[in-house]
Design a protein. Structure first.
Length: 160
């Protein structure tokens, strides 16, 4: 059983927790995601596994009880795609909500050239990863192949 802390709409931690998968009616859960861009202007996108929703997304995950959003995204990068980064490499973009769910997203940005052939994917979570242009990502969003919450944040913060 994985426990998640609950937060108010401004990202302040409440003294409440919820089991992952349970709907929090008295607070927001927190997720961390990262948009990774290389020097060619491409973004590292993953196709989630069939066990998940089999959609395209960026790397991210739930912030568990006692964890910070920053430590969460560092953990998720290593777990999901085998990429080790340090805090100084990540730039915080914003804390934002997704209108359709009671969740907040802590959004980070990483600019780094990565040889994806050297990464080890967590097969339970990730089918494959690929560098993609903004246009390719927008096409996936338009055809509903991109995770909706990640698409919302990509369009709001990366496309501006």
């Amino acid at each position: 059983m994985e426990l998640l802390d609950l937060y108010d709409e401004k990202g302040n931690k409440l003294n409440k927790t919820v089991e992952r998968g349970k709907h929090p009616y008295d607070g927001y859960i927190l997720l961390s995601i990262v948009f990774i861009k290389n020097t060619k202007g491409e973004y590292l996108i993953q196709k989630t596994s069939k066990e998940k929703d089999f959609k395209y997304a960026t790397t991210g995950g739930h912030v568990t009880t006692g964890e910070t959003a920053l430590s969460c995204i560092i953990r998720e990068l290593e777990e999901e795609i085998g990429l080790k980064v340090n805090e100084e490499e990540l730039r915080f973009i914003c804390l934002d909500s997704f209108p359709k769910k009671l969740c907040l997203f802590s959004v980070y940005f990483l600019e780094k050239d990565i040889n994806i052939d050297e990464l080890t994917l967590q097969k339970e979570e990730v089918e494959f990863i690929k560098w993609m242009s903004k246009d390719e990502i927008l096409n996936l969003i338009e055809t509903n192949e991109f995770k909706e919450s990640h698409a919302h944040l990509f369009q709001k913060y990366i496309m501006e």
